[in-house]
Design a protein around this ligand. Structure first.
Ligand code: ZN
Length: 398
């Protein structure tokens, strides 16, 4: 509750920035909530210093601005701001850790202070005179690399290469996340640290906190979202060149594999970088919703011969939705038709894994691991879909 004798402090999670001529943006870093404030509101908040009571703030504001502000008004204003977690107690200053809410068990391993020491040195990579030659060089080097290795039939010892692959892939991902952070720094948006966590509880993901790019314009956001892949390409370009000069085929091939893995991020399906790039390009924040909605509209206009107001962009978004559905359909087809045995055996497999892990030893080949993971994804998707249907069914009854 708002109390006139209470001494307010601004929470350490709050950050202000100028939005335009007469508005400020208030950002709660912990809750990741934004709200706009006008100048007067901002002036009022700047009187909150951790020493004054609400009544004192009210009096001072009236004296400074020569406008009346009643007790009721200030209480309702502070009540509204409270919803954004604006006020805190000075003894509860938390460290500023931001982890996206779709990531579970996440933690930051490169703190924002460290990242901000690195990114100024990499900022030059976003100059036109640097990225255009680098882009042309990449196309030439990767084509050449692919050409010579495609026609080389030497056997590769996958087992021996694997640890190197993991090491280089890990470095590449760190570089990828630094790319997002450097691009935000380049456009003067704030960035946080770099972290690791799990998506849907079991898919390991790395992330760079760049939620502040919300304030940037569309094209700048697209560059920030593409910057991860751009940095990985630079990483693989360097690897390729090292491979050529040392005549080391393993390095050359690893450069190609990792570059392929990096480009995979540009696919808009799944919530990877490509999703955010496409959603910015089409200016549709809630792309998945619109894609399904436009698809429904397209289908009804086709079958019921009802005219819908859809333009080329809407049809494209509908097509995107259709492609997503087909992709999920293909996955289910593969699992149910071709992988049926593994699905039926899965509960037993899980039990086996648990009991054998409990008794000490547990081994699994990489191939087996990949297969079990795909069955696990099948189960999770099925549960999610059934859960969604169940909710709709319940809603229609009550
Ligand atoms: Zn990324």
């Amino acid at each position: 509750m708002i109390d006139e004798n209470h001494i307010y402090t601004i929470s350490s999670d709050i950050e202000f920035s100028k939005f335009n001529e007469n508005e400020y943006l208030l950002h709660n870093l912990q809750l990741n909530k934004y709200t706009k404030l006008n100048e007067k509101y901002y002036d009022l908040l700047s009187l909150v210093d951790g020493n004054k009571t609400l009544s004192e703030i009210q009096r001072e504001f009236q004296e400074l601005n020569k406008i009346p502000l009643s007790q009721d008004q200030i209480e309702s204003l502070f009540g509204q701001l409270n919803k954004y977690g604006v006020f805190g107690h000075s003894d509860s200053i938390k460290e500023n850790i931001k982890i996206p809410n779709y990531i579970k068990f996440g933690f930051i391993f490169l703190k924002s202070e460290l990242v901000s020491k690195i990114v100024p040195f990499l900022s030059f990579l976003f100059k036109k005179s640097v990225y255009i030659p680098l882009f042309i060089l990449s196309v030439i080097v990767f084509s050449f690399n692919l050409y010579i290795n495609y026609h080389d039939y030497r056997e590769l010892n996958i087992g021996k290469i694997f640890p190197y692959f993991m090491m280089l892939a890990f470095s590449s991902i760190i570089f990828h996340e630094l790319g997002h952070a450097t691009a935000s720094h380049h456009f003067k948006a704030k960035h946080g640290g770099i972290g690791f966590g799990f998506f849907i509880y079991f898919i390991p993901v790395f992330f760079a906190d760049v939620t502040d790019i919300w304030r940037l314009n569309r094209w700048k956001r697209i560059i920030v979202n593409s910057a991860g892949v751009y940095f990985e390409i630079i990483f693989c370009l360097t690897l390729s060149i090292i491979g050529f000069f040392t005549k080391n085929q393993t390095i050359e091939i690893l450069a190609l594999v990792i570059a392929g893995k990096a480009l995979y991020n540009l696919l808009p399906f799944l919530r990877a970088d490509g999703y955010w790039i496409l959603s910015d390009l089409l200016n549709k924040p809630n792309l998945n919703f619109h894609s399904i909605n436009n698809l429904k509209l397209t289908v009804t206009s086709f079958f019921k011969r009802k005219k819908q107001n859809l333009d080329i962009k809407d049809y494209f978004i509908a097509f995107y939705g259709l492609f997503n559905i087909m992709l999920i359909g293909a996955f289910f087809y593969y699992q149910i038709i071709l992988n049926r045995d593994s699905i039926i055996r899965f509960p037993l497999t899980v039990l086996n894994i648990i009991t054998s892990a409990y008794h000490g030893g547990f081994t699994m080949s990489f191939n087996e691991l990949v297969k079990s993971l795909s069955v696990l994804i099948f189960y999770i998707l099925s549960i999610k879909i059934l859960f969604g249907f169940g909710k709709k069914l319940l809603k229609s009854f009550f």
